[in-house]
Design a binder for this molecule. Sequence first.
Ligand SMILES: C[S@@+](CC[C@H](N)C(=O)[O-])C[C@H]1O[C@@H](n2cnc3c(N)ncnc32)[C@H](O)[C@@H]1O
Length: 272
Amino acid sequence: MALKQNQENNNYPARDNAIEWEKRSINYGASWKSVLFKGMPDLANEHFHSCHINFILECIKSNKDDIRILDIGCGYGRLSLPIIQKLPQAQIIGLDISANYVNLYKENTGRDAFVGTLESLPSEIGTFDYIIVVTVLMYLPKNNLKEVFPNLFSHLNKNGKIIIIEPAQSGIILQTGFGLAKLLHKDNSINTGGTCFSSTEIPNLVHDAGGIVIQEQRIPATTFFFLLIYLMTKTLPQNLTYIIFRSISFVDGLLKRTKLPTLWAFYLIERK
Ligand SMILES: C[S@@+](CC[C@H](N)C(=O)[O-])C[C@H]1O[C@@H](n2cnc3c(N)ncnc32)[C@H](O)[C@@H]1O
């Protein structure tokens, strides 16, 4: 049933979400290609990683030593690692549908992690100051999304926040244009699928669950230069590429609150 819904609603349907992620975790291990773009050079994925982690670290503001953070769809710990580096006292826990990613997460971060799904968080997991969901909603059948936010809100502490980063429809043309889609999906042995969201979809789900988006950001420059980023990392010397990335990030900073197209939409959410 889940697979059928997936196939009806996703742009790139996964054959079976859990199985495909287990395969991907085994094939790619703890690498950028494991959880970012499979077809992109590492240097380009490193830039996309920075876009994600800069937003997350900006959002996590706490004076408490013992803040609790849940990283849902934690993968091998790409996001948790820099958080632990910045806030070593934080109690951070991972949860993932793939048992292999859970093992990689534990090895990489030295923190605990559990096999589970976003759709059915165990009540014993408790409540958190921050819940991080980055490129995970995109793998859920659209029909299941309504349940997600009420469930996440029930696992938030008072003043707790949810950090969401998911692919946006507005950026998909720039991402898949010029035949680049083929390049990004060139590893046909694994199909982790995924969909993207219109600009109102996630805010509406949050609103219907009694929450509010308190911050929304975009990365228009990275999105417009998506193809260029690919070409640059293939052709230019690394030093020059880093300089150009810094300029692109600077322009993203200037344009982050506009409604321009974006590869991902970045949301900070709380209960009303
Ligand atoms: C694109 S990766 C992102 C991993 C991590 N959030 C990051 O950004 O580095 C998607 C992750 O979500 C996990 N996943 C997919 N569907 C899930 C679900 N329904 N519940 C929990 N995890 C899921 C996959 O196993 C994978 O680790």
